[in-house]
Design a protein around this ligand. Structure first.
Ligand code: APR
Length: 251
C-alpha cells in the first residue's frame, strides 16, 4: 500500500498524472448490484441478451423499460460511498491531475464530486429514441407520450435508456478521451471491474504499455490482473480513502 501512496504523491505533480478506471464494484457499497458477482450480480438474475441488447428491448419494450426504471430508482435512492467521495475530494485538491473513466451508468461519481467523469457506457438517466428520428427538427424525448416505454405522438418511436447495450459502439469521443488518459497517466487505478468487457478492459494494458504503473483494487481476482503491477485485495470504499487521503496526497 505505501508503495502505491508514493506513486500517487508523484502522480499529483503531473497534469493527467492519475487515471482511474471504475466498474460496477465501485458502486457496490452504495447498494447498486454489480453485473457478474455470483448470485447478487444482475446477470446472475437476469438475461443480458434480453435486457441489455437492442434485440431484447425490441422483443419486449415494456419488460426492458420497467427494468431500467427500477434500476433508475435504485440509483436515485443510492448515495456516493467513501470511495466516490475520496475521488471527488482528490479532484478538488489536485485540479487537472485526475482523469476518471467509468463503465458505470449511474451518476455516483458526479454526485461524489467528479462532474467531468468520462462515461464509456452511457447514462442511465438519459432518454433516447429507439429509432433514429427522421423528423426535422427531431422530436424531443421529453415531449414523448407517457407509457412503458414512452413513445412519440408524431411517429410512434419508442424511448430507450441512453446506455450502451451489448453489440453497440461506445461513444467515440469518450473512448478517445479515455485512451488519451491511459496513454498520458503515470499511474492508473483500476477499481471494481471484472475486466470482462472490452474495449474498457483494454485501457489498463494501454496504460502499462505507455509506461504507467497499473494498480488494481478489487476484493476478487479479475480478468486483467496480469496487467497490474500491484493488486490491492479490498473494496473501493475501504481502499480508496486510505490511498487518496494519505499524507502527502491529501494535502
Ligand atoms: N469494491 C471493489 N470491487 C468490487 C466490490 C467492491 N465493494 N464488490 C465487487 N467488486 C468487484 C468484483 O469482484 C468484480 O470483479 O467488481 C467487479 C464487478 O464486475 P462486473 O459485475 O463484471 O462489472 P463491470 O466490470 O463493471 O462490468 C463491465 O459489463 O454488463 C456490462 O455494461 C456493463 O459496464 C458493465 C460492463
Amino acid at each position: 500500500m505505501h508503495e502505491v501512496v508514493a506513486l500517487l504523491r508523484a502522480a499529483t505533480q503531473h497534469p493527467g498524472g492519475l487515471a482511474v478506471l471504475t466498474g460496477a464494484g465501485m458502486s457496490a457499497e452504495s447498494g447498486i448490484a454489480t453485473f457478474r458477482d455470483a448470485l447478487t450480480g444482475l446477470w446472475a438474475r437476469f438475461d443480458p441478451a434480453q435486457l441489455a441488447s437492442e434485440e431484447g428491448y425490441r422483443e419486449d419494450p415494456q419488460r426492458g423499460w420497467d427494468w431500467y426504471a427500477e434500476r433508475r430508482e435504485n440509483v436515485r435512492r443510492a448515495a456516493p460511498n467513501a470511495g466516490h467521495l475520496a475521488l471527488g475530494a482528490f479532484h478538488r485538491r489536485h485540479p487537472g491531475v485526475l482523469t476518471l473513466v467509468t463503465q458505470n451508468v449511474d451518476d455516483l461519481h458526479q454526485r461524489g464530486g467528479v462532474a467531468d467523469t468520462i462515461r464509456l457506457h452511457g447514462d442511465i438517466f438519459v432518454d433516447r429514441w429507439l429509432e433514429r428520428c427522421r423528423e426535422r427538427p427531431a422530436c424531443d424525448t421529453a415531449a414523448a407520450t407517457p407509457g412503458r416505454p414512452p413513445s412519440c405522438a408524431r411517429c410512434g418511436n419508442l424511448v430507450r435508456p441512453g446506455v450502451v447495450w451489448f453489440g453497440e459502439n461506445l461513444p467515440a469521443a469518450s473512448l478517445e478521451a479515455a485512451g488519451d488518459a491511459a496513454r498520458r497517466c503515470r499511474l492508473m487505478l483500476v477499481v471494481g471491474t471484472s475486466g470482462a468487457v472490452w474495449p474498457a478492459a483494454g485501457l489498463a494494458g494501454q496504460a502499462r504499455r505507455h509506461g504507467a504503473t497499473v494498480v488494481i483494487v478489487n476484493p476478487h481476482p479479475s480478468e486483467i490482473d496480469a496487467e497490474a503491477h500491484h493488486v490491492l485485495r479490498g473494496t473501493a470504499a475501504e481502499v480508496l480513502p486510505v490511498l487518496l487521503d494519505a499524507p502527502g496526497v491529501s494535502s
